[in-house]
Design a protein around this ligand. Structure first.
Ligand code: SAH
Length: 487
């Protein structure tokens, strides 16, 4: 079988190539480094063996000879091996040595180039490595060699003399000596210089200075250093996104947690998916089965969550039985779940809470007076809606469509919470379950909720609510977070 030397890109998992994702999906073994992004490992099948060869905290780094031997052994054993390497596998990454070892052993290998940090990290800092007329070349140099040795293999004077843009990888620790050598080589001390730390990641940080002053800012690895006129370019975009650098915990159930996390990441946040709620079938599924079979007897079916919609439609045998029935949705998320099933909600209240739904339904009563309503919903939920409808003369059947449970927390999850700045709650149960599981002290500083009911639950548990969505939807919650951090 083949050993793939795959470039993983500089950090943003979306910068893996399609070919890289393809070979990962078929991997038996993934051999990866310390800087690898954990979510890329998720692209390998669950059964794939994952072997870290990076330097472990407190442990030694696996030697290059041992890595080569590992790749040869696994390739010889007939496994599909993915050797995942930061950036591009052939740019300061010893991929050449690994390929040579494989070739010498007669093991088939393929190289999947990656997006190198030498170009992508400056790009994420808004620095183009070339500019027409002013910067007509870029030189990528290792800063790993000790420039003070004198006999170092990098000819810094020549690099300085060439002009253009100089990109230094692995140079954070020796930043001062490198800049001094380049100045000695004739480049002006006031040449713009930048160091981009943790580029393309949510914790990216760009230090801007000149060749003479960059070292004073004490850049920390991993950093890409850019020297030249282009380093003064002010084309920042990545760091300007509205939630850039915010670490936000998402407590919604899966798969909605992933959808919300993706939206937050798009706005620059680091999103931690920590579902505090999961859905299971109700204790008594029969009632839902019966209600779905006889849905034509109702005037209205009222949905109060996307999950209620999903569970109800799982039981609905024939869509035509809904033909004469009006359908209400508590908000746009629930209406969207209906639309996915080709049902257009007849009613969505202006405010997405039970009280507003009750009022809207009461106003919608036709000439025949109050009707019969079916409410398929969570086993435990507030009674505002059924009680209000009943009080107004409706005949109401509340049918449990699902049960919410608190998922067993991941033991590593608590550690992640330490770095989190914000937590989002999209329902009262997420608050209650989260506090039950982790304790109120573990709740990150900024609590953001989808609306007043969830906020009230949070306050009852002693939490201070900093952000509350005025439109009670996921997009409303995101907008409220953006507004909070903009002010
Ligand atoms: N093969 C890699 C380079 C490996 S050398 C590539 O093509 O990108 C490791 C060096 O790359 C680091 O010391 C740093 O200079 C740079 N680097 C890698 N990831 C980086 C990141 N996320 N931000 C800034 N620099 C990074």
């Amino acid at each position: 079988m083949t050993v793939y030397l795959v470039g993983a890109g500089p950090g943003d998992p979306a910068l893996l190539t399609l070919r890289g994702a393809e070979v990962l999906a078929g991997a038996d073994v993934v051999v990866y480094d310390r800087l690898s992004v954990a979510s890329l490992l998720d692209l390998a099948p669950a059964h794939a063996e994952r072997i870290s060869v990076g330097k472990q905290p407190g442990g030694p780094r696996t030697s290059q000879e041992d890595i080569n031997a590992l790749l040869v052994a696994r390739g010889r054993a007939g496994q599909q091996v993915v050797r995942l390497k930061g950036g591009d596998p052939f740019v300061f990454a010893r991929g050449g040595e690994e390929a040579a070892a494989l070739a010498a052993a007669g093991i088939a290998f393929e190289v999947v180039p990656g997006i190198t940090s030498a170009v992508a990290v400056p790009a994420y800092a808004g620095i183009p490595v070339t500019m027409r007329y002013s910067s007509t070349s870029f030189t990528v140099v290792t800063g790993h060699e000790d420039p003070a040795k004198g006999e170092a293999s990098v000819n810094w004077e020549a690099v300085a003399a060439l002009g253009g843009t100089v990109v230094v990888l692995m140079g954070a620790a020796r930043c001062r000596a490198i800049c001094e050598r380049i100045i000695a080589g004739g480049m002006a001390p006031d040449t713009p210089a930048a160091a981009v730390q943790w580029g393309t990641r949510p914790n990216q940080r760009t230090l801007r200075a000149t060749l003479a002053t960059l070292a004073d800012l004490d850049p920390q690895p991993p950093a890409t250093i850019v020297i030249g006129e282009v380093a003064a370019a002010d084309l920042a975009w990545f760091e300007n996104r509205p939630l850039f650098g915010r670490c936000i915990v998402v407590t919604r159930a899966q798969p909605q947690a992933t959808a919300l996390a993706a939206k937050l990441r798009q706005r620059g946040a680091e999103a931690i998916e920590m579902p505090a709620i999961a859905f299971e079938p109700p204790e008594d599924l029969d009632r839902l089965v019966q209600a779905a079979a006889q849905v034509g007897r109702y005037d209205w079916v009222v949905f109060t969550s996307p999950t209620g919609v999903a569970r109800f439609f799982e039981q609905l045998r024939d869509a035509r039985s809904l033909g004469g029935v009006q359908v209400a949705a508590i908000g746009p998320g629930t209406a969207a779940a209906l639309a996915e099933r080709s049902v257009v909600a007849d009613l969505v209240p202006e405010q997405y809470v039970a009280e507003a739904l009750l009022e809207a339904l009461s106003q919608g009563i036709g000439p025949d007076g109050p009707g019969r309503a079916l409410i398929p919903r969570a086993e435990t939920a507030r009674d505002v809606l059924p009680d209000g409808l009943a009080a107004a003369g409706w005949e109401v059947d509340v049918v449990p469509a699902y049960r919410t449970v608190a998922p067993v927390p991941d033991p590593d999850a608590a550690a992640l919470l330490d770095n989190a700045e914000v937590i989002t709650f999209t329902s009262s149960s997420t608050v209650t379950n989260f506090v039950d599981t982790f304790g109120a002290d573990a709740v990150p500083a900024v609590v953001a909720t989808i609306g007043p009911i969830t906020s009230a639950t949070a306050r009852n548990l002693g939490l201070e609510v900093a952000v509350e969505a005025s439109e009670h939807t996921i997009d409303g919650l995101i907008a409220a977070l953006e507004a909070f951090f903009a002010s």
